[in-house]
Design a protein around this ligand. Structure first.
Ligand code: URA
Length: 289
């Protein structure tokens, strides 16, 4: 890393911001970690080995054709919290996610299963799981893409700058977090706020789908293009899809879903707020019906 001493304070700040944007904060912990010693520590080595065993077992059970019946990927308490567990192969991860999500009887159980799930590599770099905020009994559920820095720190979705804007937009139609439920497609912060990979999104999809099913809102609001593409299966740009109503099959029943512009985009393009305003008016009208 270039020495910051050779820069003026403005340049140094800009350089630091650049490193944070690039995800350098995701690689740094509060305490130094001796990776060489880890592999020699029986307990930690056991955790990693358990992870490898877990993968081996899953891969083996795949070839035996009974991979749906093995719970370890989602319930490995020995490896829980360890960043040393390598993620499983993509198809195994998605299958394990489906199996775990389907087994959750309620939202609390879903959160517990997700928190113990090792199939998505993002959990290793995130501080914590960002599951949901607001009222799960609400008639409307907002879903974004993935947590950012503040969300990662607090464990709650949409609490940073774009979250504050979302709160103001909800307030404009008489909603707040006691009357709305808020979550993300991907519940762990991608390092440096990068876009989640298609694999990460695919692995998390069974969980958010089950979360929607269990929360059972009347109206689903997809915030931004990634959440819209993932949940509504659209491929067009968000400026074409926003404001349109879709049917969404929760697995329990068919509900109404609408796409709108992401608050983070509106912070960069404030003139587009008028379009989001129209979408929120449509949501208000739908909720009053
Ligand atoms: N952007 C998102 O999509 N989700 C959050 O929780 C915060 C910002």
């Amino acid at each position: 890393m270039v020495s910051l001493m050779s820069y003026g304070s403005k340049e140094a700040r800009e350089l630091l911001s650049f490193y944070v944007e690039a995800g350098a904060d995701a690689l740094l912990g509060e305490e130094p970690v001796d990776r060489m010693a880890e592999s020699a520590t029986p307990e930690l080595a056991g955790g990693a080995a358990a992870g490898r065993r877990e993968q081996g077992a899953s891969a083996a059970s795949t070839t035996r054709g009974d991979r749906f019946s093995s719970p370890p990927l989602s319930l490995d308490t020995a490896a829980k919290g360890s960043a040393l567990v390598a993620p499983p192969p993509p198809d195994v991860a998605v299958m394990a996610a489906r199996e775990a999500a389907a087994s959750a009887k309620d939202l609390e159980e879903l959160r517990t299963l997700l928190d113990a799930f090792h199939g998505c590599a993002l959990r290793a770099t995130a501080t914590q799981l960002v599951f949901a905020d607001g009222n799960p009994q609400a008639r409307v559920m907002f879903v974004g893409e993935a947590p950012g820095y503040e969300e990662d720190m607090t464990g709650k979705p949409f609490v940073g700058r774009s979250g504050k804007l979302l709160d103001r937009m909800m307030q404009a139609i008489g909603l707040d977090r006691t009357s709305a439920y808020v979550a993300n497609v991907v519940p762990w912060r991608p390092p440096g706020n990068r876009t989640p990979t298609p694999q990460e999104t695919a692995t998390c999809l069974p969980f958010i789908r089950r979360q929607i099913e269990l929360a059972d809102p009347d109206i689903l609001v997809c915030l931004g293009q990634p959440a819209t593409h993932t949940l509504l299966g659209t491929t067009e740009g968000i400026t074409r899809t926003r404001g349109r109503w879709f049917k969404f099959d929760t697995g329990r029943r068919e509900i109404r879903a609408i796409a709108t512009l992401h608050p983070a985009y509106l912070l960069r393009q404030p003139l587009q707020k008028r379009l989001a305003w129209r979408d929120f008016m449509a949501i208000k009208k739908a909720l009053s019906g």
